[in-house]
Design a protein around this ligand. Structure first.
Ligand code: FER
Length: 309
């Protein structure tokens, strides 16, 4: 909080859309499994192999189904795609009975978060071994093609989401019931989704990562052009500021903090697209580090507001 105040705000300035207190996951959520625990499935699909034109490969996502999914065979569910950070994998979020699943199970059981399907894919090709920031950047930049062309059709053809058909028309018709978020390079991916796939997603959860649509660490090196390009992407994709909600959260000790913060402040000047306190919220956790553990708390804070009617 102190850093934010010192760099950007006078003491008297109001802070619309600024999250003052980021709620923490109750400790007891990790102590024991929820009585109504969901389950995790593995879904395989075929995708073009990145960097090898003409070749395909087999990949997988992990899919979390809330406890009630099997007990309400006629009900459709909101769906959230969670993208891992650099060097990560679908297991970053969704090993069965892992801490992210515990958070989902307990908070859904307690009525804090609406029941939702959560999907953890990966932007890396299988067995590539390269987890450098450069290669991760290339993978995230290319990933929306695979999301739209391979992952959404496979997953939503299989599970009861709001998509009336598992194709682009169906995803567009159900975009208010679909979100995307992620940590670090997964947040970089989330900003690509905003720029390239607003037709599929209505809800955005970029955590501890800036937008690289203008280049690596664009938030810190090109904040104004990044913000302008994101704002323009809304119009270009045929949408208005009523059509999306962004929850962007990071921590004051996060290695991506400077980039996220500079980008957010540039976005505050793009008032045609970004209305703080209405379609975009920003949280900076005092002392928060660049870690999956922190990001679980950020997701716990934001998800109760997702998929509101
Ligand atoms: C940033 C955005 C993402 C950043 C780092 C990352 C240092 C991710 C790094 C990684 O996954 O290794 O602005 O700044």
């Amino acid at each position: 909080m102190a850093i934010y105040d010192a760099f950007h705000l006078s003491a008297t300035e109001t802070r619309p859309g600024y999250i003052d207190q980021i709620r923490q996951i109750p400790q007891e959520y990790f102590a024991a499994p929820a009585a109504k625990a969901g389950r995790v499935e593995r879904v395989e699909y075929t995708a073009p192999r990145l960097g090898r034109p003409g070749e395909t490969c087999r990949k997988y996502c992990l899919v979390y189904l809330p406890w009630e999914y099997d007990r309400n065979p006629d009900k459709r569910y909101n769906i959230l795609y969670m993208i891992h950070g650099g060097g990560g994998s679908p297991e970053e979020y969704l090993p069965q009975d892992g801490p992210f699943v515990r958070m989902l199970d307990h908070s859904i059981q307690n009525g804090e978060i609406a029941p939702m399907i959560v999907v953890a894919p990966t932007y890396y090709p299988p067995d590539s071994g390269d987890i450098s920031v450069d290669f991760s950047g290339v993978c995230t930049a290319a990933f929306m093609g695979e999301m739209k062309g391979c992952i959404l059709p496979e997953v939503e053809g299989r599970y009861r989401t709001y998509a009336p058909s598992a194709d682009m028309d169906g995803f567009a018709a159900s975009r208010a019931h679909r979100g995307i978020g992620g940590f670090s390079m997964g947040s970089v991916t989330t900003w690509y989704a905003f720029q390239q796939a607003l037709s599929c997603f209505g809800w955005f959860l970029p955590l501890s990562g800036d937008s690289w649509i203008e280049g690596r660490r664009g938030g810190v090196y090109y904040p104004m052009t990044t913000a302008r390009k994101l704002a323009r992407a809304v119009q270009q994709q045929g949408f208005t500021p009523e059509d999306y909600l962004i929850y962007c959260i990071t921590g004051s000790n996060d290695i991506a903090w400077d980039a996220v913060d500079a980008q957010i402040h540039a976005m505050q000047k793009q008032q045609d697209a970004f209305r703080f306190g209405t379609n975009i919220f920003y949280g900076l956790k005092d002392g928060g580090w660049h870690s999956v553990e922190e990001v679980r708390h950020y997701a716990y804070h934001a998800l109760p507001d997702f998929f509101a009617e």
